[in-house]
Design a protein around this ligand. Structure first.
Ligand SMILES: NC(=O)c1ccc[n+]([C@@H]2O[C@H](COP(=O)([O-])OP(=O)(O)OC[C@H]3O[C@@H](n4cnc5c(N)ncnc54)[C@H](OP(=O)(O)O)[C@@H]3O)[C@@H](O)[C@H]2O)c1
Length: 330
């Protein structure tokens, strides 16, 4: 496994991060077997994935609990990234949320504590001040942000707080951050942690058409607003999405590379990307995703993937919110 040193930290993360959202099942994911979840996390750790991304929001603490159960005895050899939700951005609430996280995770420090989504109602400097206090007190080792657009990143920079990462939706069929957020992050030395890097399974080729995608996963702006769980007002671009997926699938076959691995390797080849955060619901998926580290893409392959996904990138535009029509990624 390759590792990556985040700025303003004294630790390295693994270049594949295990995402601990789907392992709790429920919203977005449906039924999940607990043993499969524990096996998936242990398989990841045993094969060099040291870094785990979780959040209080994933099952109201259940994901943090599960991580402690799976790997509690490995604490000193792992990196835990967790998040505080925007409803808790008042300074006192940030501290309380962190205390709850520590309790759920059965640990006395979190390595990377991230602001889950921007909250324009609360001055960011105040929230950042609370993160700095947690760092000074040794409760967290570093802090980062998530779903932060250009304006919020500007505030971070101007106020002199040293963020170590920005976690954003980024994958071959959702390239919105390339318009202005990724360039700013590169300029400001804020590495990207990519969430939904295989587009919640779509980039493994498991769905052949929009109709096959379950409603809770078809909430994204690729799909028509008529889907039952949709929270946007857009027509979507289902035909273009599946034409693009088809082209990626064919290219993966021609290149003799598994499609999911190809998609993750493309992210690893992007300047400014520290690591994809990939979910896995069982050990077998984890083993398959780990093979990404054996894939080496040539510049021509990266360029070809850029070209075949460009029309979809242009159609979905610069709104980096996967699910809503605008305003949340600021
Ligand atoms: N900051 C944020 O706002 C935010 C938002 C979303 C996610 N995240 C983080 O990012 C992580 C990953 O994102 P994500 O879970 O949305 O999407 P993802 O990693 O793109 O997709 C994960 C899902 O794809 C399927 N899958 C995984 N490996 C597979 C394989 N080898 N073959 C076939 N299917 C496979 C599994 O679901 P099925 O088996 O059910 O198909 C799995 O749950 C989350 O766990 C979370 O930590 C953060």
């Amino acid at each position: 496994m390759e590792n990556y040193k985040l700025p303003h930290t004294d630790f390295e993360i693994s270049r594949l991060i295990f995402g601990c959202w789907a392992v709790v099942g429920g919203f977005n994911w449906g039924h999940q077997d607990k043993k499969d979840s524990l096996d998936a996390m242990r398989e990841a750790f045993d094969n060099g994935i040291t870094t785990f991304d979780t959040a209080e929001a994933y099952g109201n603490g259940a994901s943090e609990n599960l991580l402690a159960e799976a790997l509690g005895d490995k604490r000193s050899d792992m990196i835990i990234a967790s998040k505080v939700g925007p409803q808790d951005f008042l300074p006192d609430d940030v501290i309380k949320a962190c205390e709850r996280g520590l309790k759920n995770l059965k640990t006395d420090y979190i390595d990377l504590y991230q602001l889950h989504w921007p909250n324009p109602e609360i001055p960011l400097e105040d929230t950042m001040g609370a993160l700095q206090k947690l760092k000074d007190d040794g409760k967290i080792r570093a802090y980062g942000v998530s779903n932060f657009g250009n304006k919020s990143l500007d505030i971070c920079k101007e106020s002199g707080f040293t963020i170590s990462s920005n976690q954003m939706a980024y994958n071959l069929i959702f390239r919105a951050i390339e318009f202005s957020i990724l360039p700013q992050c590169v300029e400001d030395n804020v590495p990207i942690l990519c969430y939904s890097p295989i587009m919640q399974g779509l980039l493994t080729g498991k769905f052949d058409s929009a109709e096959q995608v379950p409603d809770d996963r078809a909430r994204t702006r690729h799909f028509n607003k008529g889907r039952s769980q949709s929270r946007h007002q857009e027509e979507g671009c289902e035909a273009l999405t599946f034409q693009t997926i088809d082209k990626i699938k064919k290219f993966a076959e021609e290149s003799n590379v598994n499609m999911g691995n190809l998609s993750l390797a493309w992210l690893l080849a992007q300047k400014g990307v520290a690591a994809p955060i990939v979910g896995g619901r069982n050990a077998d998926q984890v083993r398959k995703n780990l093979k990404t580290m054996e894939v080496k893409l040539t510049a021509d392959m990266v360029n070809h993937l850029n070209e075949i996904t460009l029309p979809l990138k242009e159609k979905l535009g610069s709104n980096a919110d996967l699910w809503q029509t605008g305003g949340r990624v600021i």
